[in-house]
Design a protein around this ligand. Structure first.
Ligand SMILES: [Mn+2]
Length: 285
């Protein structure tokens, strides 16, 4: 990380430890010699880093345990020593430094940089925001990811979210058609991924109806190797009426007679589909 920071020539970096990389007694953070322009806040309590050469001060604190329910920023007003003063908080839920925005707004910082929650979000426009994770870290971390670019001039702060993630997680649904073959479905999935970008990572749900004698080979559908989850939720498209007439008097005909007429989302309908399928597969013609 320090190696990457060394490539910055005009930037000052301020960082703190959060709940995942909290400062243990023998933490490497405590002794690590960061580059000159990298400033790590190693205090468990509110502390400041003064950067007079750029007219800024950054206030913050680090974690010394996995959880902390206190609010180290409480009552800690901006000192007003530099033209631009920023508060940095890692947290925002009950067990990780609750963020009380009304209370924080009273403290007089020009901007409050929030971290911990992966999804980027504005808490107070132009004043307080979560930049979110730079890259999505989990398959449910959907939507754009990036960083926040901000400018503080004459006590006025302007920020904007800049998407910069290399990849995005996308949840998509693919509708199968009754007469679709496995290779046609595979083609449809491939096209969808090409449209939305092959650099992204997908969670796909196949819905609709399939021919009763087809079982899709899901292993074969991951053409670009970027599907992390593929679920087949298709229902077999039986012609129940026809099967019922053909099987009048036997268990198959009886099953349909008992369970027909319920909605497609009902357990009865599901039982009828499963039952008909099981009986069709095992009967001897
Ligand atoms: Mn965190």
């Amino acid at each position: 990380m320090n190696g990457l920071f060394l490539r910055l020539s005009k930037t000052q970096v301020v960082l703190c430890a959060g709940n995942h990389d909290y400062l243990k007694k023998d933490s490497y953070y405590r002794t690590f010699p960061w580059a000159k322009h990298v400033h790590m806040i190693l205090s468990n309590d509110w502390e400041s880093v003064e950067l007079p050469e750029i007219g800024a001060a950054v206030y913050g604190f680090s974690y010394e345990s996995r959880e902390r329910e206190d609010r180290p920023y409480a009552g800690k007003k901006a000192r007003g020593k530099q033209p631009a003063e920023i508060l940095m908080i890692h947290g925002g839920d009950e067990r990780h430094v609750p963020v009380k925005k009304e209370e924080i707004l009273q403290l007089g910082y020009d901007y409050v940089a929030l971290g911990h929650i992966h999804k980027p979000q504005n808490i107070v426009p132009g004043k307080m925001a979560y930049c979110g994770a730079l890259e999505p870290v989990d398959k449910n971390d959907m939507g754009k990811h990036g960083y926040i670019y901000g400018e503080i001039k004459d006590k006025k702060c302007r920020i904007k979210f800049v998407p910069s993630a290399v990849r995005e997680y996308i949840h998509a649904e693919v509708l199968a058609a009754e007469n679709m073959s496995g290779s046609e479905l595979k083609e449809k999935i491939k096209k969808l991924i090409e449209e939305k970008g092959i650099e992204n990572i997908y969670k796909i749900l196949i819905t609709g109806f399939r021919s009763p004698d087809i079982l899709f080979d899901l292993e074969a559908m991951d053409v670009y190797g970027n599907i992390v989850e593929l679920l087949d939720d298709t229902k077999p498209s039986f012609n129940f009426e026809k099967i019922k007439i053909q099987n009048k008097g036997n268990i198959l005909g009886e099953l349909i007679e008992q369970l027909e007429g319920y909605g497609e989302e009902s357990p009865q309908y599901r039982a009828m589909c499963e039952g008909v399928q099981a009986l069709m597969e095992t009967r001897r013609d």
